[in-house]
Design a binder for this molecule. Sequence first.
Ligand code: FUB
Length: 330
Amino acid sequence: MTKPVQQNEPIVTHMYSADPSAHVFEGKIYIYPSHDLDQEMISNDNGDQYNMEDYHVLSLEEEGSVCVDHGEALHLKDVPWAKQQMWAPDAAYKNNTYYLYFPARDHDDIFRIGVATSASPSGPFKPEPDYIPGSFSIDPAVLVDDDGKAYIYFGGLWGGQLEKWQTGTFIGDAEGPDAAAPALGPIAAELSEDMLSFKSEPKELSIVDGNGDPILAGDEERRYFEGPWVHKYNGYYYLSYSTGTTHTIVYAISKNPLGPYVYQGKILTPVVGWTTHHSIVQFKEKWYLFYHDSSLSGGADNKRCVKFTELKYGDDGTIQTIHPYKDAIV
Ligand code: FUB
């Protein structure tokens, strides 16, 4: 890619990319996306169409620069425990090491979360031989807090199998809660010092409304679906996520990384395509939302493209809702 990238444009067009996790490492914005394959797949609620096999790391020197593809950073064939579907990853830096966290189905078709390490933010990453003990479901996101403690957030409904873990073990035919019951929340755990295992037992995060009442499973405009991301702003932890069936990125805040989180509002209105997935990062004086849509492929669910746009806060810490196509014809 040799063209400078502007806001709300695909950051790369030589391949399909999705699920961007953006971080500032070594003075640049590094983006850890999924790599959607250019193949026709039948779309279903199980997510079989997202049949990805590897990760490429991308980077931007700054807004308006050319996006660099650093090449393949990890491939399915090099991960002994993984069978298929390398979905949304994230990266973190600690102990002079870069860590890539990624979900995949194991040889029993159960989603687990693996970790791979590198001395460089662009990889290549060397996977641990087994998945993180006790891990399950999809969409890991890692926050290394100001005090050095690291937290991992994960979980996704439907193809992400979160419903199947409500008893603590995998029940293949388990359904989600009734519409009037509290929704399932994302799962969170503190990571060990070496970042390779859970220090604390993974626990479900509580997301409540302004009265302290849990968001209900039938409240599809606000309930958690997948794609958690936690960032800090003015001393608050902001948990943002996709609402799945209503295709919106929303957020909730807390004074504690492990919640409870109080629902606030919408960050991103629906994009072209079924899935919506994002990350939020500060670079120099600005905050950015990285997101994806399916505009590059003309709407194919499994062929998405990563974009970014500026994210702004109100004086009270609320995030201004972003309408990505406001002045554009898509
Ligand atoms: O890319 C595969 C899956 O689609 C991700 O894990 C979800 O967050 C959704 O974007």
